[in-house]
Design a protein. Structure first.
Length: 93
């Protein structure tokens, strides 16, 4: 249910996002509303923030094949603030 509560954080999660634990945590968090849908770029969209999550392994592969730069360009051209989050441990990638 969508409300006009100003403290409600509305999150659109890309339907290709596979981290079920993170999605469950977001859904169960207070004052959050999570919907699934297709994003042209990014993994999550909030009102003024577009988030791309990358594991260390995916980040390195993205740099090697040039995908990261295409994604960064698309993120930067978005009308909301882009954010890339690197997840993981360099010692255990």
């Amino acid at each position: 249910m969508i409300t006009d509560n100003p403290t409600l954080i509305k999150i659109l999660a890309d339907d290709r996002e596979k981290n079920d634990q993170l999605l469950s945590t977001l859904i169960e968090a207070p004052n959050t509303e999570v919907r699934r849908g297709r994003l042209a770029v990014g993994d999550f969209k909030l009102d003024h923030l577009l988030v791309e999550r990358k594991t260390i392994r995916d980040f390195c592969a993205s740099v090697r094949d040039g995908r990261l730069f295409r994604q960064a360009k698309l993120l930067a051209s978005s009308y909301v603030q882009p954010l890339i989050i690197l997840e993981g441990d360099f010692g255990r990638s």
